[in-house]
Write a protein that binds this ligand. Structure first.
Ligand code: FAD
Ligand code: DLZ
Length: 510
């Protein structure tokens, strides 16, 4: 045997660097469903179904093309419960020249794989993950000497590098880099949002659904109504569906929240992009092509590619630049445990109930639900970053540490001291009222900050502003908030803070 080629559950692309120059005749491709990966967090049941089914389909596809594949299907009594044990056994059996793999996406596993050459006594070649526009060294070079990193400047570099939405003379299409100001409309039901793209589960997926229900019954969420794509072809159809039906309105309603619609005009492509079923640059090319063809407006197309070549690449760069220390950051000194309603959705706060309920059903919530609803509440309530990061890692189908952690710890919790974002995304109930129809169905009154029925977000917001005076009052982007707080009478401030103190002592009763 020449080489063992290990492909992880989020590397399901035939263009993955580990497969470059591989020899079908002599190399053995290894994919393994293992207890360790399935249980390092309380993965949503739909995420387990998605990953295992996509791995099984990918392995079948390789075999059909003549590759030799060693595939371990999950069973709780498998002799090998970790990837290390699988590789150790195969290395002993086959005595390969090398183990080849593509660098993995999470520090936790990366740290293990980096030691395999010593621990297993096998030569290990770890290749860069070429699915990203910006390599780790290129990001480190860009970040060098900058005290704070700002996504907008990084994004412009990525636009220039990829040529996406750039004129032949090197200017941004439409004369602006960013059309975000056009992307903040409330959605009132029109135009209707498309139904989510669906793939009916085939025999392989149905088998995995049974497996997950049998062996992971206590994991978060449900397998009911599983309809995600599990192959690259299906994911390409999901991309076409997005471009045809949602992209034209993606920009306008990017920040909207709705009682009626879980997915609105979002692409729901993150699971496929993160696991290799779709290539991010090809996705962006297709979206830009739609603009050239007059099928989508510039604010939608620019807004979309900013998320992919901007935010996605940016958070990945930060993760690898600062791990493992980044995961321990807690600059606001938060200590509160995560309220239990994050796991069962049982809260009278309508916006939180709807976001958590959708999360449990779908393993998905769109960005604004993650940032401005579940995220905002955790920020205002001073939840310990580790606890809220664990929750986000568990509950979403697209969750992998490299993308989840900077988004939660940096963008939402501001726990890195503003390294990733210039100001915390703290918001009162007014924001939810402006962007959604939740407040009219809520037990709490969004117009009130004090009293038993006052929207908890209001007093918690002012409590946050007040208790972090030292950290934020000098931030020019927060001057207005401190001025408004200062303008309130001492009695009013005292009443608001008293209401917030009560809420903070009784989070599980909300
Ligand atoms: P769309 O709204 O259609 O956006 C298009 C694409 O842009 C996404 O598919 C995704 O690839 C990319 N994207 C958008 N925003 C971001 C972002 N902030 N960071 C990275 N990529 C982005 N995204 C994940 O992929 N995995 C996570 O574990 C994850 N955790 C998050 C946790 C928090 C607290 C927050 C605020 C955001 C998180 N995000 C995460 C980012 C974003 O919310 C999701 O990528 C997006 O909701 C996925 O749905 P979509 O494909 O419909 O996205
Ligand atoms: C997420 C996941 C799960 C649930 N199971 C497996 C698995 O059994 N085998 C595997 O190779 N990968 C799995 N994955 C994806 C890995 O956790 C992921 O590759 C690493 O965390 C690196 O990003």
């Amino acid at each position: 045997m020449a080489n063992l080629i290990l492909i992880l559950g989020d590397q399901l692309s035939q263009a993955i660097s580990a497969l470059e120059d591989a020899d079908k005749a002599s190399d053995l491709v290894v994919l393994a469903e293992v207890q360790d990966e399935a249980s390092y967090t309380n993965h949503h049941k739909k995420k387990l179904v998605f990953i295992f089914s996509a791995m099984r389909h990918f392995a079948r596809g390789l075999e059909a093309q003549g590759w030799q594949v060693h595939y371990q299907a999950y069973h709780p009594e498998n002799a090998d419960q970790t990837l290390e044990q699988v590789v150790a056994r195969l290395a002993q059996q086959h005595k390969p020249d090398r183990l080849i793999t593509t660098e993995c996406g999470e520090w936790r596993l990366h740290a293990q794989i980096s030691r395999w050459h010593e621990v297993l006594g096998v030569s290990v070649e770890i290749r860069p993950d070429t699915r990203f526009v910006c390599s780790k060294p290129a990001f480190a070079h860009w970040a060098e000497g900058r005290k704070h990193l700002r996504m907008e400047y990084f994004y412009r570099e990525m636009r220039k590098k990829t040529g996406l939405l750039m004129t032949p003379d090197g200017q941004p299409e439409g004369g602006q880099w960013n059309f975000d100001a056009d992307n903040r409309k409330k959605w009132t039901g029109k135009p209707p949002a498309p139904a989510p793209f669906r793939v009916e589960p085939d025999g392989i997926t149905r088998g995995v659904i049974d497996l997950v229900n049998t062996h992971f019954p206590t994991h978060f969420g449900t397998t009911d109504d599983f309809h995600f794509a599990v192959t690259s072809d299906q994911a390409c159809q999901a991309l076409d569906y997005f471009i045809d039906f949602a992209l034209p309105c993606f920009g306008d309603y990017q920040d909207a929240l709705s009682e009626q619609e879980d997915w609105l005009f979002h692409s729901v492509l993150s699971p496929y992009i993160n696991t290799g079923l779709l290539n991010p640059t090809e996705v962006c090319d297709a979206v830009v092509q739609a603009w050239h063809a007059g099928r989508a407006p510039l604010n939608a197309v620019e807004g979309f590619i900013r998320q992919v070549i901007g935010w996605r690449e940016f958070v990945r760069g930060i993760y690898w630049l600062h791990m493992p220390g980044y995961a321990k950051e807690n600059r606001l000194g938060n200590t509160r445990p995560l309220p239990w309603f994050y796991w069962n959705g049982e809260t009278r706060m309508r916006c939180l109930h709807k976001a958590i309920d959708a999360t449990a059903r779908n393993a998905y919530a769109h960005h604004i639900q993650r940032l401005m609803v579940t995220g905002n509440f955790a920020l205002l309530a001073g939840v310990k970053p580790e606890a809220i990061c664990d929750w986000y890692l568990a509950v979403y189908i697209d969750a992998f540490d490299w993308v989840e952690l900077p988004n939660t710890l940096g963008m939402v919790m501001h726990a890195d001291g503003g390294y990733l974002g210039s100001k915390p995304y703290a918001a009162s109930g007014k924001y939810i009222q402006r962007m959604s129809d939740h407040c009219q169905n809520c037990h709490y009154r969004v117009q009130d900050a004090t009293g038993d029925r006052a929207c908890p977000l209001n007093s918690l917001y002012w409590h946050f502003i007040d208790r972090h005076h030292g950290a934020f009052s000098g931030n020019p982007r927060m001057t207005m908030m401190y001025r408004n707080w200062g303008k309130q009478s001492p009695e009013r401030r005292e009443a608001i803070l008293a209401r917030a103190d009560w809420l903070l002592d009784n989070l599980d009763q909300l």
